[in-house]
Design a protein around this ligand. Structure first.
Ligand SMILES: [Zn+2]
Length: 59
């Protein structure tokens, strides 16, 4: 996996529970407005709920 843009405060890094790939999403996905929006993994192309992510960084 590659993590080359760590440090941008507006992004949150999440781990996909399906393939364990790491990718980042905009911080706005973690506001209550998006509580019911599933995240989309660009690696395995599956959706998952934010609370199903085994690990997040930058929240
Ligand atoms: Zn995935």
């Amino acid at each position: 996996m590659s993590v080359e843009k760590v440090g941008q405060s507006r992004d949150v890094w999440v781990m996909c529970p399906h393939c364990h790939g790491v990718f980042y999403v905009d911080r706005s996905f973690y506001t209550p407005k998006f509580d019911r929006i599933a995240l989309y993994c660009p690696r395995c192309h599956k959706e998952f709920a934010k609370e199903d992510s085994p690990q997040t960084w930058g929240r």
